[in-house]
Design a protein around this ligand. Structure first.
Ligand code: SF4
Length: 53
């Protein structure tokens, strides 16, 4: 998915932090296991990224 200037997916609703196209999200999003090791790494990295990345 396209990442915007803040480094987040363009389909991510910045107010709710929910996927705005959840029912039609891409295959890779469907395969990405929530709470997996990879998920935890991505979350940790996103928390260390300063705004306006
Ligand atoms: S589930 Fe996929 S499409 Fe939806 S916000 Fe996350 S990365 Fe973007």
């Amino acid at each position: 998915m396209l990442r915007l200037e803040d480094g987040l997916c363009s389909a991510l609703d910045r107010d709710t932090w929910l996927c705005s196209i959840y029912e039609n999200r891409p295959w890779v999003c469907r395969e990405f296991e929530m709470g997996s090791y990879e998920c935890e790494v991505e979350r940790a990295e996103s928390l260390t990224v300063s705004p306006g990345r």
